[in-house]
Design a protein around this ligand. Structure first.
Ligand SMILES: [Zn+2]
Length: 300
């Protein structure tokens, strides 16, 4: 146990010292040094307290190394076995393997505005490209209970300011047409996403396509909502497709810069199963320039 703690302390010190040197202006040379010896840097994404002792080559090292959610791991090599990519990692003097389901690749370059946010509509996040695991928009605001589904009324639900106003406008407009639409969930931090992800792979296996890896979820953006209606009582199911609310959304979301992320029959493009309840705000500019593409996309 003592040895384990001292290893973790040593690793943390190493990371901190790299950061300090980076901030003092030598970041480039440190990066070059790092990449000269390694291929890439990935982050461990499972929640704490779940060491997975029986996963192939990963077993046997858990007594020496304890990885926590968000730890970065240096990758020396990677290889494909069956459908799983294994990363050959090193930490201190230890060398071990991690399967790709346990890690997320840090994106190489991201453009932030002066507040540290990624501009809405410019964010690339999907099954193949992640957001930085520590990214958090600084303009998240709490959505009023009036706009929330019954099951979410006691929870704090957040969206980025602009997305919140568009979703609220949308819900108000639907209300005027006699249609009930409510928000079930919105912003999700990657730490929480890691619990959902772990739960999904436990239930459905490594190749499940229902829950995104932490860093890969559109809910991390703060511009995305799961919607429901009082027409159904079963929460987030494909039955939502048969509600008047869904029909109304199909006809109207383009006025609000919002679109359905995972349409029917598009799993080969999106990587995710059909989710008629999952909507993302892209900004009206995007709709203006690509509106014909998105209109046909959602209607199929
Ligand atoms: Zn969703």
């Amino acid at each position: 146990m003592k040895k384990q703690i001292s290893l973790i302390v040593l690793f943390t010190c190493l990371l901190l010292s790299l950061q300090v040197i980076g901030k003092s202006g030598n970041q480039k040379s440190i990066k070059n040094l790092l990449y000269a010896e390694t291929l890439t840097v990935v982050r461990f994404i499972l929640p704490e307290g779940h060491p997975y002792k029986n996963i192939g080559l990963f077993s046997g090292i858990n007594n020496k190394i304890l990885l926590k959610f968000g730890d970065s791991v240096t990758v020396k090599d990677e290889s494909l076995h069956g459908s799983i990519t294994w990363y050959h990692c090193s930490l201190d003097n230890f060398s071990f393997y991690l399967p790709d389901v346990f890690v997320v690749k840090e994106p190489e370059s991201i453009r932030y505005d002066e507040n540290g946010n990624i501009q809405i509509g410019e964010e690339v996040v999907n099954m193949w490209t992640a957001l930085p695991i520590h990214y958090k928009p600084d303009d998240l605001i709490r959505v009023g209970a009036k706009y929330l589904a019954e099951s979410s009324k006691n929870r704090a639900i957040f969206l980025r300011e602009k997305a919140a106003s568009q979703f609220m406008l949308l819900i108000d407009a639907a209300e005027k047409d006699g249609i009930n639409i409510r928000i079930v969930s919105a912003y999700r931090d990657p730490g929480y996403q890691s619990y959902l992800y772990e739960d999904a792979i436990k239930r459905k296996g490594f190749f499940q396509s229902t829950v995104a890896k932490p860093g890969h979820s559109e809910h991390h953006l703060g511009t995305t909502c799961d919607l429901t209606s009082d027409e159904i009582s079963t929460g987030l199911t494909s039955d939502f497709e048969y509600t008047r609310a869904f029909q109304w959304l199909k006809d109207n979301i383009h006025y609000y810069g919002i679109y359905l992320s995972y349409p029917k029959y598009k799993t080969d493009i999106t990587g995710y199963e059909y989710e008629p309840w999952h909507f993302r705000y892209w900004g009206n500019d995007r709709w203006e320039s690509d509106r014909w593409f998105y209109r046909s996309f959602i209607r199929r």
